[in-house]
Design a binder for this molecule. Structure first.
Ligand code: ADP
Length: 425
């Protein structure tokens, strides 16, 4: 009997030690450990009540009790009291904490989980979590394996709130579902987007007026001001382009999908080649290689804008005499549009940040070549909307290859086109 008792209280004691460590790791990890200890607490409370209410013959009087009994009871009570505190702390955490077993059935959850995830006590204990969160993005994410955290989705408990969720494995195939209310951040992000869109919209009209008047002025009327006039025209054009790019980005950011239109690649590629030649004005050798007959499914306007940004960058960041190769070819399970140049190249440290707004490797080079610093940001958003990705390979002094990689779902061949037109069963 004493041997069994000692081994039973070790589990919660270990949990208590883990909790102390958890506090140092951070609030979320601490919350996770608090969840785990709740199970231990239940066990220890049962154990205590057994001793209190059903003492065995050996434990009925202090004279006959084993000597370690009182000491172990005191320690067990102390641990149980600490675990009780932690349980009520977990209960008041602002983050939702749900303890799940190996088959994703609910074992325990705190008050925030009722608020944020719409769980109900005691009704939902023991039920499959995916069923409880049915018809929500969270349920789909859990069913798909929840390998990555899920950011900014509508809360199943509150349609006006947003949550970010993480699923952590622990113990023997158990899981902790953590969800944090991110409504405040979502609102701030919305305010930022609206502000940028409104400012850009408000600037558009006065800029058009200024640009119009500048075009009317003839430098020959005031020859000494001709260089100033040229500079003013170039800058007003640049400002106009920045405003247009910001408006494009605002529109792309608010979209969550694109129209599924048939994008014919052959004419699109031919027009991109013409654009490159017009921009280059004979300073580069431009080639086009169409190695597949696939077309794309998506937004013709947005895809043209993304591809055109890559072509324009290749021309602008390649010195005279360089080569620019535009290519459309099959890729593992999909297809890729790529633009290769023999230009300045990009040091490796900059590559991960190139799609950030206004991020430039060299500001003066970007400005001198008429850049806005928003082109690759637009490319990234357009590709996200098409479930495609941007691949960048570059070597300083040798050149760069920017490629848009599309999955098979976005590809259209002859058969799929006939299917789409209802000509096939
Ligand atoms: P920008 O209008 O400044 O060109 P982008 O968003 O299109 O803005 O590109 C961001 C930065 O990435 C550029 O300022 C430039 O430094 C770098 N970059 C983009 N394309 C190329 C390229 N083909 N070769 C070298 N550098 C490039």
């Amino acid at each position: 009997m004493p041997v069994r008792f000692i081994s039973s209280w070790r589990l919660p004691a270990v949990c208590a030690a883990l909790l102390v460590a958890g506090g140092a790791v951070g609030a979320l990890a601490g919350a996770a450990l608090v969840g785990v200890t709740v199970v231990a607490l239940t066990e220890i409370v049962v154990l205590l009540s057994l001793f209190r209410h059903k003492p065995g013959p050996m434990l009925q009087s202090s004279a006959t009790r084993p000597p370690e009994y009182d000491r172990l009871m005191t320690r067990t009570r102390r641990i149980a009291s600490r675990l009780r505190d932690l349980r009520s702390a977990a209960g008041t955490l602002p983050d939702a904490v749900v303890l799940l077993d190996h088959s994703l059935h609910v074992r325990w959850f705190n008050h925030a989980a009722e608020e944020l995830l719409g769980l109900k006590r005691p009704r939902d204990r023991g039920r499959p979590i995916a069923e409880l969160l049915r018809n929500s993005e969270l349920a789909d994410w859990l069913t798909d394996g929840a390998r990555e955290p899920l950011n900014d989705v509508t809360s199943p408990g509150h349609p006006n709130r947003h949550v970010t969720a993480t699923l952590l494995p622990f113990g023997s195939r158990q899981r902790l579902l953590l969800a944090r209310d991110t409504s405040h951040l979502t609102r701030l992000e919305q305010i930022r987007r609206d502000f940028v869109a409104n400012v850009s919209h408000e600037l558009r009209t006065p800029l058009t007026v200024i640009h119009g008047y500048l075009e009317l002025l003839d430098p020959e009327d005031v020859p000494e001001l001709a260089p100033v006039l040229d500079e003013m025209r170039a800058q007003s054009k640049r400002m106009g382009q920045i405003v247009e790019d910001l408006l494009t980005l605002s529109r792309l950011e608010t979209q969550d999908h694109v129209a599924d239109e048939h994008v014919q690649m052959a004419p699109l590629l031919a027009s991109l080649r013409k654009e490159a030649e017009a921009l280059s004005q004979g300073r580069h050798t431009v080639s086009l290689d169409i190695a597949t007959s696939y077309d794309l499914l998506g937004s013709p306007k947005d895809l043209h804008s993304a591809f055109s940004n890559l072509v324009s960058n290749a021309v602008r960041y390649t010195p005279t005499g360089g080569r620019i190769a535009i290519r459309w070819a099959e890729d593992e399970g999909g297809a890729r549009f790529s633009v290769q140049d023999s230009g300045f190249g990009i040091p490796a440290a900059h590559i991960a940040r190139l799609t950030e707004r206004f991020y430039r490797v060299s500001s003066s080079r970007s400005r001198d070549s008429g850049g806005t610093g928003l082109g690759l940001s637009i490319v990234k958003h357009v590709l996200n909307l098409h479930q495609a990705r941007l691949s960048i390979e570059s070597e300083p002094g040798k050149g760069s290859t920017f490629a848009c990689v599309f999955g098979s779902d976005r590809l259209l061949d002859g058969t799929r086109l006939q299917e789409a037109a209802g000509l096939h069963p």
